[in-house]
Ligand binder design. Structure first.
Ligand code: PLP
Ligand code: COI
Length: 340
């Protein structure tokens, strides 16, 4: 590994680790795939990914458990979501079984980079797929590369568990029949201006509205949202223009089956924001980050859980989710994928 890492102070960033996985698609088929030390990608100046953003990605993590195993959390759902994304972008899906095998190979090859149990850090895994051959007219590439690299990461939001502040932006994230439900790179390219603008104005993230009516809550640039009502019901926005977050789907199950709470996926209106007592962002990178406040064009909605600490239900959900991931709590069948 060559260097000592202060795991407890790691932010969410890129660290070049030892090995990555590469497989190329040509003449209608994927090659065998290899692990390599080469962290560079050399492609045509006219590659479809460079001209027309034909690229997609996934994000998952490897965790070191209490009894020192290394595991992933529901990677089969990432494999499936990447295949769904690929189809929407006219790319050849990387076979789901091979996706799981590639994840396993890369994590094993970089096993010393998996942060210790209890350090607060984890190993982020980034699979991605992009069109590599020259394309001038607007059409899909015929050659592709699938890669997986890993990087140790700490919390996505600085300050860890301190509640964050969101704003309702004047920008939209996803069109009604667009690509909001898949993990296309283009969704993130078009969010860059909105996030820079939010940061410049002192907000941590944007809480996007549905672009058709701008009356309903969707998600942020990199996470889904959950709310808790005053009756302890967990509510999450139902929309076909948000990413189907694996963390959110898991949390709704945890709320219902581990905490015995009512968990409802339904349309959530901007005008009902003030009625919730807790709000949090959920995702692989965000884990479950409490939201203290939302600014809607100068009108502030401060959740009763406040700006100092996470709400009670949010905290309970966080403990169970991370407990399952770190091997402290019995998981539902099929949720934990052993690396070795
Ligand atoms: N929504 C967006 C836009 C994301 O980029 C992510 C991150 O992957 C999520 C939600 C959370 O999804 P997951 O829980 O599967 O990581
Ligand atoms: C993730 O949570 O894995 C994401 O992809 C969110 C963000 C880093 C883009």
């Amino acid at each position: 590994m060559g260097e000592k890492i202060d795991w407890g102070n790691l932010g969410f960033g890129y660290y070049k680790t030892d090995y990555r996985y590469v497989s190329n698609y040509k003449d209608g088929k994927w090659d065998a795939g290899i692990l390599t030390k080469d962290d560079t990608v050399v492609i045509s100046e006219c590659a479809c990914v460079l001209q027309y953003a034909q690229t997609c990605f996934e994000g998952l993590k490897a965790y070191r458990t209490k009894d020192n195993r290394v595991v992933c959390f529901r990677p089969d759902l990432n494999a499936k979501r990447m295949a769904d994304t690929a189809k929407r972008l006219e790319m050849p899906p990387f076979p789901e079984e091979r996706f799981l095998d590639a994840v396993k190979q890369v994590v094993k090859a970089n096993i010393d980079w998996v942060p210790p149990y209890g350090s607060g850090a984890t190993l982020y895994i980034r699979p991605y797929l992009f069109g590599t051959n020259p394309v001038m007219g607007v059409k899909p590439a015929t050659e592709y590369q699938f890669r997986v690299f890993v990087s140790p990461v700490g919390p996505y939001f600085k300050g860890g568990v301190k509640p964050i502040t969101l704003r309702i932006p004047d920008f939209d994230r996803a069109a009604p029949r667009g690509t909001g439900h898949v993990k296309a790179g283009l969704n993130y390219a078009m969010s860059l201006h909105a996030i820079v603008d939010a940061h410049n104005q002192g907000y941590n993230e944007n809480m996007y509205l549905d672009s058709a009516t701008r009356t309903k809550i969707e998600e942020t640039g990199g996470a889904n949202i959950i709310f808790v009502t005053k009756d302890n019901e967990v509510v999450t926005p139902k929309s076909n223009t948000i990413l189907p977050s694996i963390t959110r789907r898991s949390l709704m199950y945890v709320a219902e089956h581990y905490l015995g709470l009512k968990a409802t996926e339904r349309e959530v209106y901007l005008e009902e924001l003030g009625e919730f007592k807790e709000c949090a962002l959920c995702g692989t990178a965000a884990v479950l980050s409490p939201v203290g406040k939302v600014d809607d064009h100068g009108k502030e909605i401060l959740f009763p859980s406040g700006m100092e600490k996470s709400g009670d239900i949010t905290q309970k959900l966080y403990k169970i989710l991370t407990g399952i991931q770190m091997g402290e709590i019995e998981p539902p069948k099929g949720w934990i994928f052993e690396i070795d």
